[in-house]
Design a protein around this ligand. Structure first.
Ligand SMILES: [Zn+2]
Ligand SMILES: [Zn+2]
Length: 279
């Protein structure tokens, strides 16, 4: 499909523009040919207000897609469903609905979807669960579960499925949104818990090797070692991606490393930004 499309940031850790607020979270509104898709909702602290400021009508969204089940991506689900005048289609991996926790030296914290959002999905949504991904609109699909083929991207964080921290959470629900546009692909990421290169290799497989033009979203490299960053940069050369918008959980060191290594290709964007893709 040809033609331009717009990605508006409704929630991000940083903010740009008068009256726009940031939060630890991510929410995108994708608009193309009258189709409006919401990818994630942030925590829900800024979604409704930012949308109103940006003249984005949450009631006019055609579908909601969830990258994974963490609260900073799903906390606004109830608000989105309440704004819709019908049962909104919501696309997710079934594991996004599981209880989710994170264990650190300080203890185990609950970090899954808030109960009120989980309940709203049961009563106010048309839930479409898939492990292999789904087509949302022409040229727009989810990646489904991402195979972890590169051990270099194994996480050193301890995510778990129980409050005791006994059962590891592989975050199988982590998925990307793939927008095919004319001569290339734009990949939108929630947190990229599966790893950036694992994700890009999977996208490449799903799209018959179509060129990936842009990567937008959380790269989850904030605790990556210098060795992993170096490895990531080397692997990125296989893709020759023209535009990066690292956000949310990418981390300062990773963002700075990308910025230096890929001159002219890395840009910052916070809540309130509108990214136009035309190729
Ligand atoms: Zn996450
Ligand atoms: Zn996140």
């Amino acid at each position: 499909m040809n033609g331009s499309f717009t990605v508006t940031l409704l929630a991000e850790n940083t903010a740009e523009g008068r009256g726009i607020r940031g939060e630890h979270g991510l929410a995108f509104r994708i608009e193309r040919d009258g189709q409006r898709i919401l990818f994630d909702t942030g925590q829900g602290l800024v979604l409704t207000d930012n949308a109103a400021r940006l003249n984005v009508e949450l009631a006019a969204v055609d579908a909601l897609v969830l990258s994974h089940g963490h609260y900073d991506h799903t906390g606004g689900v109830a608000q989105v469903l309440a704004a819709a005048d019908r049962k909104l289609p919501v696309y997710a991996h079934p594991a996004a609905l599981q209880p989710k926790y994170r264990a650190t030296a300080g203890g185990v914290r609950e970090i899954g979807m808030p109960a009120v959002c989980r309940q709203a999905l049961d009563t106010q949504a048309r839930l479409i669960l898939s492990t292999t991904g789904a087509t949302i609109a022409e040229g727009i699909r989810t990646s489904g579960e991402i195979p972890r083929i590169h051990p270099e991207e194994a996480s050193d964080e301890h995510f778990c499925l129980d409050a005791a921290g006994q059962v590891d959470d592989p975050i199988a629900d982590d998925q990307a949104l793939i927008v095919a546009n004319g001569a290339g692909i734009v990949v939108l990421l929630g947190c990229a818990h599966a790893g950036l290169i694992n994700t890009l290799d999977h996208v490449r497989g799903l799209t018959n090797g179509a060129p990936i033009r842009a990567v937008v979203g959380g790269l989850h490299l904030r605790s990556a070692t210098p060795e992993r960053l170096e490895w990531t940069l080397r692997e990125l050369q296989r893709f020759d991606i023209a535009q990066f918008y690292p956000m949310h959980c990418t981390g300062f060191a990773a963002t700075a490393t990308l910025w230096q290594a890929l001159p002219g290709r890395v840009q910052m964007a916070g809540a309130g930004a509108s990214l136009e893709f035309d190729f």
